[in-house]
Design a protein around this ligand. Structure first.
Ligand code: SD4
Length: 342
């Protein structure tokens, strides 16, 4: 413990923001945390003057985007915006698929998955984390304060507690009631778009022209204990390449992992595809593999959202019913994503 504390002390390095006057053309020094232990500060120089934009999955993306926009509009960092954004549904007991209030696994345990990625390709993730309301904060702490990129289960919980998080009961009454009802049949058959497909994935571009993303979920309702989906897996549920773009996913995590979904979307953008085309091709890959494996596409839902360095965005999913929220200088809007299965 003493060693860990020392380690954390020597590796968490932050410089202080110096000047934030006006929107364009001012120099500033940004706060940067370097997990490698090397000191790193960055003077960003002239601001890029990029137009901020934030995208997030499903309709709870609207309040989440509002929180993120508060940071983006004040010239804040995309990383801070996505963390603040996804904390909104995480902390809301009425959102039954993320954080506090999330549906439990088949043993009645709420186990949470989350990950975060910044403009320097720093990454942090937690999986199968219990009792902690804001897994995204723990994922960020893994990124900034440990030599690792992913902690799971008991180890993730111990780390969260060492960071000052409180151990809480996350199983709300309504979720417990539903779970007890489910136990009567114990039939695990996730239905597309119903109950268990509401991960929040959020990707943002800030005024400095930098991209970051975050993804957090309670995963598929009534999953086996220990099951981990795509959401905490960098490259599957989330990927950011600050030179190219960012993508995040929602839906059946097994299908997203199978194609390394969000990494694929970003690589397709690197090849010159628009964010929209990139999402469509990733969905086409899922469609093809589902057919090859003789599975029924009707049982599957996966949705991708993507953003490129220019602030252009796209979204696509396997079947209708997936929506996402977009906040840019035209306001915060909920948009139905186009889909494959007609
Ligand atoms: C998972 N992808 O655990 C998550 C579930 C999800 O919207 O996205 N729900 O597989």
């Amino acid at each position: 413990m003493a060693n860990r504390r020392n380690f954390i002390k020597t590796t968490a390095i932050a410089s202080v923001a110096v000047a934030l006057n006006g929107f364009r053309g001012k120099t500033e020094e940004e706060e940067i945390v370097v997990p490698s232990g090397k000191v790193k500060t960055r003077a960003t120089g002239e601001r890029s003057g990029a137009k901020p934009i934030v995208l997030s999955t499903w309709n709870f993306g609207i309040p989440a985007n509002n929180a993120a926009w508060e940071i983006l509009k004040n010239n804040g960092r995309a990383l801070d915006a996505v963390e603040a954004g996804v904390k909104i549904p995480e902390g809301d007991p009425n959102e039954r698929s993320v954080g506090y209030g999330g549906r439990p696994d088949r043993d009645g345990r709420v186990t949470l998955d989350a990950c975060i990625m910044d403009e320097f390709s720093n990454i942090g993730s937690v999986a199968c984390l219990e009792h902690i309301k804001h897994p995204i904060m723990v994922a960020r702490a893994v990124m900034e304060k440990t030599p690792h990129v992913m902690l799971v289960g008991e180890g993730a919980l111990q780390f969260a507690l060492s960071q000052g998080h409180k151990k809480e009961n996350l199983l709300v009454e309504a979720s417990e009631k539903e779970w007890k009802e489910w136990l009567k049949t114990s039939n695990y058959k996730p239905i597309a778009n119903i109950e268990n497909h509401d991960t929040i994935g959020m990707i943002a571009l800030d005024v400095h022209g930098n991209l970051s993303g975050a993804c957090t979920t309670s995963g598929m309702a009534y999953k086996m204990h220990g099951r981990i989906g795509d959401s905490p897996i960098i490259g599957a549920g989330l990927y950011v390449d600050n030179e190219i773009g960012a993508a995040t996913a929602t839906g059946h995590g097994e299908e997203v992992i199978r194609i390394a979904g969000c990494h694929l979307v970003v690589e397709l953008m690197r090849q010159g595809k628009s964010p929209q085309k990139a999402c469509e091709e990733a969905v086409a890959r899922i469609v093809k593999l589902t057919k090859n494996r003789n599975k029924n596409l009707k049982d599957i839902q996966v949705g991708f959202i993507a953003l490129n360095k220019k602030g252009e965005h796209g979204a696509y999913c396997v079947q209708g019913g997936f929506n996402y929220a977009k906040y840019d200088d035209t306001g915060n809007k909920l948009i139905d994503a186009d889909y494959f299965l007609r």
